[in-house]
Ligand binder design. Structure first.
Ligand SMILES: Cc1cc2nc3c(=O)[nH]c(=O)nc-3n(C[C@H](O)[C@H](O)[C@H](O)COP(=O)(O)OP(=O)(O)OC[C@H]3O[C@@H](n4cnc5c(N)ncnc54)[C@H](O)[C@@H]3O)c2cc1C
Length: 421
């Protein structure tokens, strides 16, 4: 009998880790194919560090992964996925190394959607000319050039657009609803930017204007952490504004918010709405915003051979890589159970925010909490250890080709929770 074919769409954090975990869990019992439009993984979380260090982020943060997939015996196709037909188990794709390819099709027995999201900068008026960000190496390098070549020391606004979280009665009940997609990066950037401003004698925390459309920034960090973090940032001199309701427009001299207020700025750094890819919005296994519906085992309830992980999955809120990582592990076990390689029960997804951010000056912060989901874990640490953990994670990820061992995260938690340095 031929082996079942598992196709994974997307090969950044969620896709690569899932591909490697699935291979480890199912070994030779399945054929695995991964499709992505690019053959390099972008190590997004470290872009701000490179920007402030005046290094083009594309140099070190675009990671070649194909040899790891080859080593596993998995196939990689570089192509644009154009659509999926869930009724005939078909993925349509167009190889994109050179223009002119016809659209091809490939059949799956199991499909994993790890295609991330589109970041809707094109919905922000004025962004093209006056907005900055750090969500990919192009934008990172653009900001790096501005900061290091043109910046005169004026106010720096850091803000987010409203996030439109998907809804569906088929999703697990009682999931919290977020007003922003991912507010760890704005907080991290505020810290590291203040250090950069001081070091370059261009300003300090008081030069940074941090704002959020929500009633509080980084709400998913939970109340206990926010009660420590926000007074501390206030004491350090940061300007902070909540309830902007979102971004109306960016212009040469700053940003206008939907609530009618505005912020003067020489540099405006924005985090847009994280939206589902257009073709997913039209498919019958996505929520009202186009995010893929799954249960807590990462499986779609209507199409039990379709799964999703990472930012593309509806239950991944906030849109952070550490949730995608946990989901990858759950999904690999779900598939191994499906293929009768694991006997007995497996664990469903248990939500927890794990975030390690740079604060500049070889210091970082570490947050681990499940309070937003109703749990009791809440840890906030700052110092050299969280910075070392952040940099160590990248090294480990590159060395192991995205297959962080089970003890890797547990070790980070022990070190992070008990930061003494
Ligand atoms: C500045 C910044 C800092 C961050 N820091 C952290 C952090 O410290 N910790 C943390 O946990 N998270 C962090 N995050 C969030 C984290 O980067 C994302 O959650 C993570 O990258 C999502 O991974 P993903 O694989 O689901 O999606 P993506 O990284 O978006 O990958 C999707 C993949 O799908 C491919 N793709 C998309 N559409 C198609 C198509 N049609 N055809 C073919 N291929 C396609 C893309 O090429 C890409 O490789 C940060 C985010 C930002 C912006």
């Amino acid at each position: 009998m031929s082996k079942p074919h598992i196709i994974i769409l997307g090969c950044n954090f969620a896709g690569l880790t899932t591909a490697r975990y699935i291979h480890a869990a199912v070994k030779d019992s399945a054929k695995i194919t991964i499709i992505d439009r690019k053959s390099l993984l972008t190590f997004v979380p470290n872009i701000p560090i490179q920007v402030l260090a005046n290094i083009n982020p594309a140099i070190d943060l675009q990671y070649r992964f194909i040899s790891f997939l080859e080593h596993d015996g998995s196939a990689f196709i570089q192509a644009e996925v154009t659509t999926i037909d869930p009724d005939t188990n078909t993925v349509y794709y167009q190889p994109n190394e050179r223009a002119g390819h016809p659209i091809r099709k490939i059949q799956y027995d199991y499909l994993v959607v790890a295609l991330g999201n589109r970041l809707a900068y094109d919905h922000i008026e004025g962004f093209e000319a006056y907005g900055h960000s750090v969500t990919d190496t192009f934008l990172g390098n653009r900001l790096r050039n501005y900061l290091h070549q043109e910046y005169k020391g004026g106010p720096i606004a850091i803000t987010s657009a409203i996030f439109h979280q998907g809804k569906s009665e088929k999703l697990p009940p009682n999931l919290p609803v977020a007003q922003t997609a991912c507010e760890g990066p704005p907080v991290e950037l505020a810290f590291s930017m203040a250090h950069w401003l001081e070091k370059n004698k261009k300003g300090n925390a008081g030069t940074v204007y941090l704002s959020t459309p929500a009633k509080v920034i980084a709400e998913d960090a939970g109340e206990t952490i926010l009660h420590q973090l926000l007074p501390m940032m206030d004491k350090m001199g940061y300007h902070y504004q909540a309830n902007t309701q979102g971004i109306k427009k960016v212009h040469k001299d700053g940003v206008e918010f939907i609530d009618g207020s505005s912020q003067e700025a020489e540099v405006t750094i924005l985090f847009p709405d994280w939206q589902a890819h257009q073709f997913l919005k039209e498919l019958p296994f996505t929520d009202d915003m186009g995010f893929v519906i799954t249960d807590l085992y990462m499986r779609n309830p209507d199409y039990p051979n379709i799964f999703a992980v990472g930012d593309a999955a509806s239950i991944t809120v906030p849109k952070i890589g550490s949730l995608g990582h946990m989901e990858a592990e759950v999904l690999a076990n779900t598939l191994a159970q499906e293929l009768k390689l694991i006997k007995g029960p497996i664990k469903p997804m248990e939500f927890e925010l794990l975030c390690m951010g740079d604060m500049g000056g070889i210091k970082g912060f570490y947050m681990r909490t499940n309070e937003w989901w109703g749990g009791k874990e809440t840890h906030l640490e700052m110092g050299v250890t969280p910075y070392a953990l952040k940099m160590g994670f990248k090294q480990m990820y590159y060395t192991l080709g995205g297959k962080i061992p089970h003890w890797g995260l547990a070790l980070s938690e022990v070190m992070g929770d008990h930061t003494i340095l």
